[in-house]
Design a protein around this ligand. Structure first.
Ligand code: SF4
Length: 340
């Protein structure tokens, strides 16, 4: 069995050039920040605490976060993942995923007497609040994002009659609104920074007086992981992104790397690595999407060490210290749990 025999050696961005001077050494650059964001930590904690406090089964609407390993692990502990609320018995306890839900889902839960625990990421809630505010003020809303993504469904659901979702420049071109002077845009939290930039530029060109959010909707975790890849990919021969296929922010990391002409693959686990990808490759950068746990990154590094990539350096591109509090339903549950 391959094991990491020592902690990765820290390396600053400035030191990367030194490494590039010795390109023949087989090495791993472990990007930081990577993996779990504050919203995912919170959502996973909520399910675990709910299971501990209330006991199984606990129903979860949709995948709590988009990662197969995390979902399977929680399912083994007693969480039951469902697609829609009609699969949840009346009166049972249900958790909303980190991606959020529309008001229609909330109304459905209320009508069926479900006990709801909301694990929506606070940064997704921020976008919902903006959608409500703009809609109340009479704006037509343009939501930049992927329309099959649960987060987009939830945000659009806040003001479905006035919201149009766009994901391409052609769709921006084709937009028709009642009053071009009264338009606002929002974005999905996990878009590529570059893609969002050109989409917003196109929207500003089409609607010069368009309003936007006070602070960008792309979240800090999505931005930081992309910036880390941008800083390191040019000096790597391959970028491996640990994350599931339906993880939006993980897919964006692969795109960022490929846009910099560095080959990149999205892998759920180390088992998905095709050894042929390593042919002629000396430096492998490894990162992870915001829903991928560190244990899977460790497996990937161990696999690479077993393939001769002996030097492992952790490159911290920026510090990241964000934490979110738990929702009141969970705080109350913890407070009223019997002391042992
Ligand atoms: S990726 Fe961003 S928006 Fe999504 S859960 Fe993490 S912090 Fe929240």
């Amino acid at each position: 069995m391959n094991v990491i025999t020592s902690a990765p050696t820290p390396l600053s961005i400035a030191d990367l050039d030194t490494i590039n001077d010795s390109p023949k050494t087989k090495r791993v650059l472990l990007l930081k920040p990577r993996g779990f964001c504050a919203g995912v930590v919170r959502a996973v904690d909520i399910v675990k605490i709910a299971l501990d406090t209330f006991g199984a089964p606990i129903y979860v609407r949709k995948e709590i976060v988009h990662n197969s390993y995390v979902v399977n692990d929680l399912a083994e502990k007693g969480a039951i993942f469902v697609n829609e609320l009609d699969e949840v018995p009346e009166g049972a306890r249900v958790i909303y995923s980190a991606h959020g839900v529309s008001p229609a889902v909330r109304a459905d839960a209320k009508a069926r007497g479900l006990k709801v625990i909301d694990a929506t990421c606070p940064l997704v809630t921020k976008v919902h609040v903006e959608a409500i505010k703009f809609a109340k003020q009479g704006y037509s809303l343009v939501l930049v994002g992927h329309r099959d993504h649960e987060e987009v469904e939830g945000t659009q659901g806040e003001a479905p009659d006035v919201t149009q979702v766009v994901s391409t420049l052609e769709e921006v071109d084709a937009l028709v609104v009642p009053d071009p002077e009264k338009v606002a845009y929002l974005t999905q939290t996990t878009l590529s920074l570059d893609e969002a930039k050109y989409m917003i530029e196109a929207l500003k060109k089409k609607f010069p007086n368009i309003h936007g959010p006070h602070a960008q909707d792309i979240c800090y975790a999505t931005e930081n992981r992309q910036v880390a890849v941008k800083n390191v990919a040019h000096g790597a021969d391959l970028v491996l992104v640990v994350g599931s296929k339906n993880s939006s922010n993980s897919n964006r990391l692969v795109e960022v790397s490929k846009n910099l002409d560095t080959n990149s693959y999205l892998i759920d686990t180390a088992d998905a690595i095709n050894p042929e990808w390593l042919d002629g490759v000396n430096t492998v950068a490894v990162t992870a999407g915001a829903s991928a746990p560190e244990v899977l990154v460790k497996d990937v590094v161990e696999y690479l060490q077993g393939m001769g990539y002996g030097d492992v350096n952790e490159v911290e591109v920026m510090p990241e210290n964000v934490r979110f509090g738990l929702p009141p339903e969970i705080v109350q549950a913890i407070a009223s749990a019997p002391r042992v």
